[in-house]
Design a binder for this molecule. Structure first.
Ligand code: SF4
Length: 468
């Protein structure tokens, strides 16, 4: 079945081919980075990061900041995030003091004139912080970095609808945020009870009204499929409510049930989980309903309204992807601040310690709280370029990419090209001269196409969620 998602120049139809979807329903990364975080090694700590920052050539261009706030008041059983469940108001106070220390240590290495064009607060629950603490944290950032107020900025914050009221929305707008994303997951009360995240439709509806009233540039919803008690029919009802609220962007994530790794998932009744076939049908329902409603499937879990800049960026070839999802303008360096946050530069990924006590201990010694990282080789950078083009452009110019990295693409990737030839025979790809194009049947499987170029993939040793 074809689903026409918009009238844009690029062929945006998605073809749902059940046989191919089943064949390629294997575990795989979501490629918010390449190499993925699994490859970051423990030998890269504070000293190595400091040295890297001191020795790297001067970088110009804007900056992107990510701040991780790990606290949540309640546990959502499906959660796989790095979070701490607490109701103690004092933890946030101490955390902000530590974040300020980290920002002070970090900012010394960055030209203060570099404009922060992207800012994202995630968690945990960023709005665990009180209004005064939210304000204090923004002031900490503003003191050390050039925050901007021009419309091109992408300043976003994750909202747990249960933790905010309309007053918080007004405050966030006043602090400079112009985008919000809300964790919706599912509107079905039975599903919400099964995952311990009760947030009635009315609650979300009034927050959405407030977001619109305060003229945020973008409102994004996160949904999860594969949760207990979900069915195609229940998802249809959830989607009807989602469409009634008309978010600008919708992300749909697959729930991966890994109770051995994420202990809270043990509270989920395995018998209530949809079967693999039902889960695929739920995804099919999501793609079908959202594209029928006019949303553009920009690839890898994300749908946007046709007038959204991400929809326009897809046919223009200017779409980009990082840890926070898709964007039209990625800064050359992303600085992660707070426990477990990841930083990335042209040739480095590194991640802060995940444990808050270790975070405090390193900062108390005036050390950047980095625990692991990865210096990228030219081969990593080439493969990252290939993977990001596939995800963001649904295609790849072989000759141009090879020339940019000084390799004969067809020879360098002889093994990969053979696998792609098989995928082409199956209908996932089409070759057009020097270009490879992901076909409508291949679009829901773009992760699997990217996996061909992942030199580190060893499915027997790694734990990823299923690709769809
Ligand atoms: S899903 Fe979000 S709000 Fe729920 S426990 Fe995890 S981080 Fe906290």
């Amino acid at each position: 079945m074809d689903m026409q998602s918009s009238t844009h120049g690029i062929d945006e139809r998605i073809r749902w081919d059940p046989a191919l979807i089943r064949k390629y329903d294997v575990a795989g990364p979501r490629y918010t980075s390449y190499p993925t975080a699994v490859q970051f090694a423990d030998g890269f700590g504070s000293r190595e990061y400091e040295r890297y920052l001191l020795e790297r050539p001067p970088v110009i261009g804007p900056l992107s900041l990510y701040v991780h706030i790990p606290y949540c008041r309640n546990i959502c059983y499906y959660c796989a995030c790095n979070k701490i469940i607490t109701r103690d108001p004092e933890v946030a106070e101490r955390y902000i003091v530590a974040v300020e220390k980290e920002v002070t240590l970090l900012a010394r290495h960055f030209d203060q004139r570099r404009r922060v064009t992207q800012l994202h607060w995630g968690g945990g629950t960023p709005t665990y912080l009180s209004p005064a603490e939210l304000t204090q944290l923004m002031h900490v950032l503003a003191k050390h970095f050039s925050l901007i107020d021009s419309p091109e900025r992408e300043y976003s914050i994750e909202l747990d609808p249960r933790s905010v009221d309309t007053g918080t929305i007004a405050l966030l707008k006043g602090l400079g945020f112009n985008r919000v994303s809300m964790g919706i997951q599912d509107f079905d009360p039975a599903v919400q009870r099964a995952v311990n995240r009760i947030q009635p439709f009315d609650m979300v509806e009034s927050l959405v009204a407030s977001v619109r009233e305060h003229r945020f540039k973008s409102l994004s919803f996160d949904l999860i499929y594969g949760l207990p008690l979900q069915s195609p029919a229940s998802m249809e009802q959830t989607l009807a409510k989602v469409l009634a609220l008309s978010p600008d962007r919708i992300s749909c994530y697959s729930y991966a049930h890994l109770p051995d790794i994420f202990s809270s998932q043990r509270s989920i009744d395995r018998m209530q989980l949809p079967t693999a076939d039902d889960k695929l049908e739920v995804l099919h329902t999501i793609i079908d309903t959202l594209t029928d409603a006019g949303y553009v499937y920009i690839g890898m879990d994300h749908f946007v309204k046709p007038e959204d800049e991400l929809a326009r960026a897809l046919p223009n070839g200017t779409l980009q992807r990082n840890f926070q999802g898709y964007s039209t303008q990625l800064a050359p360096e992303l600085l992660g601040i707070g426990v477990s946050s990841i930083s990335s530069t042209a040739d480095l990924y590194c991640q802060n310690v995940k444990n808050v006590d270790e975070y405090y201990a390193l900062l108390a010694q005036d050390k950047l709280p980095v625990q692991r990282g990865l210096r990228l080789t030219p081969e990593d950078i080439l493969r990252r370029d290939v993977i990001m083009q596939l995800i963001c452009r649904m295609g790849l110019d072989i000759e141009e990419t090879g020339a940019r990295h000084g390799v004969d693409f067809a020879r360098h990737f002889a093994r990969e090209m053979e696998i792609l030839a098989g995928m082409e025979r199956e209908g996932l790809l089409a070759s057009e001269g020097n270009r490879i194009r992901v076909t409508p049947s291949g679009r829901p499987l773009v992760r699997n196409i990217c996996m061909v170029f992942d030199a580190y993939l060893d499915p027997s040793r790694q734990r990823f969620s299923r690709t769809i």
